[in-house]
Design a binder for this molecule. Structure first.
Ligand SMILES: [Zn+2]
Length: 169
């Protein structure tokens, strides 16, 4: 289980997460990993992605069959924090890049507090000091206690001030 030599894997190249670990994939993006999320649990579909997309991206799944067949990482826990520990215990390097958008995998860009005045709820603005935004979809992330950037606010929704579900939970 914890034999790191099993996958001589440089985590900079990233992961592919299937339907069984979508939430984990989104958290790994926020942690700075390049993650492709494939919303399927179909063997042929996932095999196709793993083999054609980027051979260096390692599959993460809760399916024993898929993990065995495609030499992926099998996660056992249903708890996302524990799943992250499982994955990190199986890769050689824990080096990672800049935080990425949980929704579209683009690298987040730091923005100043002045930039987001009126664009996030007041309590968020007052509670956090560091913010980043996604250049692709415009979501704003803020530094949280558990994950580095856990809040999500969509710029497109700033008028109705409706908090998006997902990372803010
Ligand atoms: Zn985005």
């Amino acid at each position: 289980m914890n034999d790191k030599s099993q996958n001589s894997f440089d985590s900079n190249v990233g992961f592919i997460c299937d339907l069984t670990v979508v939430k984990l994939g989104k958290k790994l993006r926020i942690l700075g990993y390049d993650v492709e999320i494939v919303k399927s649990s179909n063997m042929a579909t996932i095999e196709n992605v793993v083999k054609t997309k980027n051979i260096k991206k390692l599959l993460i799944t809760k399916s024993r069959e898929l993990a065995r067949k495609l030499s992926g990482i099998l996660v056992l826990s249903n708890n996302v924090s524990e799943q992250i520990e499982e994955v990190l215990s199986k890769i050689q390097s824990t080096a990672r890049g800049n935080p990425r958008c949980s929704e579209c995998n683009a690298e987040l860009i730091e923005c100043s507090k002045e930039d987001i005045v009126g664009k996030v709820p007041t309590y968020i603005f007052e509670s956090f000091e560091r913010f980043k935004h996604c250049p692709k979809c415009g979501k704003i992330f803020w530094e949280g206690s558990h994950f580095k950037f856990r809040g999500v606010w969509n710029l497109a929704n700033t008028k109705d001030f409706k908090l998006r579900r997902g990372e803010s939970k």
